[in-house]
Design a protein around this ligand. Structure first.
Ligand code: DGY
Length: 409
């Protein structure tokens, strides 16, 4: 291993160690001082390469806050760090739900279900895989309950596609995909609960964050959930934001596959997760594919139409193996073009979250342009799955180069 690469690994580990709370990892010490759902899952994948016990603890801490209905919350609050983030438990008021855990403070929404993928990686990366089996046995029923929750509560028609009901559930908070559905929510400021944005108090450039109009809508939706006591049937009737997203569903489908393999390792039946994966893959391929754009788009269930906005989320069905060969070919060509980042283009590293040729492309704003490591990591595996090895290799190489060349933020 080269010296530069060894230094880089050491720096990455140091950051994770500094952000370790004793039971989980903060995504960022001041801006994000609690435990975030999919951040933890990705962090545990990283830790699995060198620290199996902490990777396991990260996931067990998260699942200790699982709701009675199976939902795994987007945030598990760290009591010692309260007061620096918005919205915190006083705003979420999850005690209004009989499903919220008694002894944990959580938000009232979820995030893309990466966890079964993480658990499988922990098993595969462990020096002594057999020692991980007791953890697999403990976590397996919890993973099943999470997937059951998503298919039961978020897919009422049994289509195989689950919906998200808040942009924060997508993991890609201010993606241009949400602009249309959010703008159709008319806000009466006099009825909106009062709130203060704490995200802008940590020295972060506001140009890198969602705008106030977006925050008003984020708050409007949280208020709607708490007024409805987090009851999914009631929320579904009233919520103006119900979206079947290709990223969320691809992660779910890929996690179903991991769940089936975990089942086999511990001697359980893989049948149900296999069936879920088949159904979701088919629904992604049939309903979310846009024939003219040749990419997967999100589907707005309230407006009953596709959201014709092309982002990197639309490439992720490759990761789940949900695309047909023809769809995969078209996607490969789109990824490998100046819209995103072509091989040998010279002026780009990896895949940005939004099409660089679009007017709204913003190279510094959160999910409206920048490159995200987790998305590219999934995409590289997706490309490899369809045989686009050269592109996958180049993505993986460039991904490692990014923090080496530009540093960790
Ligand atoms: C935030 O507060 O920016 C988070 O992304 C929400 O999960």
């Amino acid at each position: 291993m080269s010296r530069i690469f060894a230094d880089y690994i050491e720096k990455a580990r140091k950051i994770l160690d500094e952000n370790w709370t004793g039971t989980s990892t903060k995504p960022a010490p001041s801006l994000y001082p609690h435990q975030w759902n999919w951040d933890s899952a990705f962090i545990a994948i990283g830790r699995a390469h060198y620290d199996t016990p902490r990777a396991i603890q990260e996931i067990e801490t998260l699942f200790a806050a699982q709701w009675a209905n199976g939902m795994v919350p987007q945030i598990v609050f760290n009591r010692e760090a309260l007061g620096h983030y918005f919205p915190e438990p006083d705003f979420w008021q999850t005690e209004r739900s009989h499903n919220a855990p008694e002894n944990k403070l959580t938000s009232g929404i979820t995030m893309p279900p990466v966890h079964a993928i993480t658990v499988e990686k922990i098993y595969m990366s462990a020096g002594k895989p057999r020692s991980v089996i007791p953890f697999l046995r403990r976590i397996f029923p919890m993973l099943i309950r999470l997937h059951e929750y998503l298919y039961r509560e978020r897919d009422p028609e049994g289509e195989g596609l689950v919906y998200i009901r808040h942009p924060w559930e997508s993991g890609i908070d201010n993606s241009p995909t949400w602009d249309g559905p959010l703008s159709s929510i008319k806000i009466d400021k006099t009825l909106l609960p009062r709130y203060e944005r704490k995200d802008l108090k940590h020295g972060v450039d506001p140009g890198m964050r969602p705008g106030d109009d977006e925050y008003d809508r984020y708050v409007y939706l949280v208020d709607l959930f708490r007024r409805n006591e987090y009851d999914e049937t009631r929320i579904r009737k009233e919520c103006p934001f119900l979206i079947q997203d290709p990223l969320f569903n691809s992660v779910l489908c890929r996690a179903d596959e991991s769940l089936a393999r975990i089942a086999e390792v511990i001697g359980e039946s893989p049948e149900t997760p296999e069936e879920w994966a088949r159904k979701t893959a088919g629904a992604i391929r049939d309903k979310l594919w846009h024939e003219e754009h040749e990419i997967f788009n999100a589907y707005d269930m309230v407006a009953d139409k596709a959201i014709e906005v092309d982002t990197a989320a639309g490439f992720l069905p490759l990761y789940a193996g949900a695309a047909t060969r023809e769809q995969a070919r078209a996607i490969y060509e789109r990824i490998d073009s100046s819209s995103f980042c072509a091989l040998h283009q010279g002026n780009c590293f990896t895949i940005p979250n939004y099409d660089t040729q679009k007017e709204g492309f913003d190279r510094t704003n959160y999910w409206r342009g920048p490159v995200w490591i987790n998305i590219n990591w999934m995409l590289a595996q997706g490309l490899r799955r369809y045989g686009y090895t050269l592109k996958a290799d180049s993505l993986q190489k460039d991904l490692l180069q990014l923090p080496i060349r530009f540093g960790f933020l």
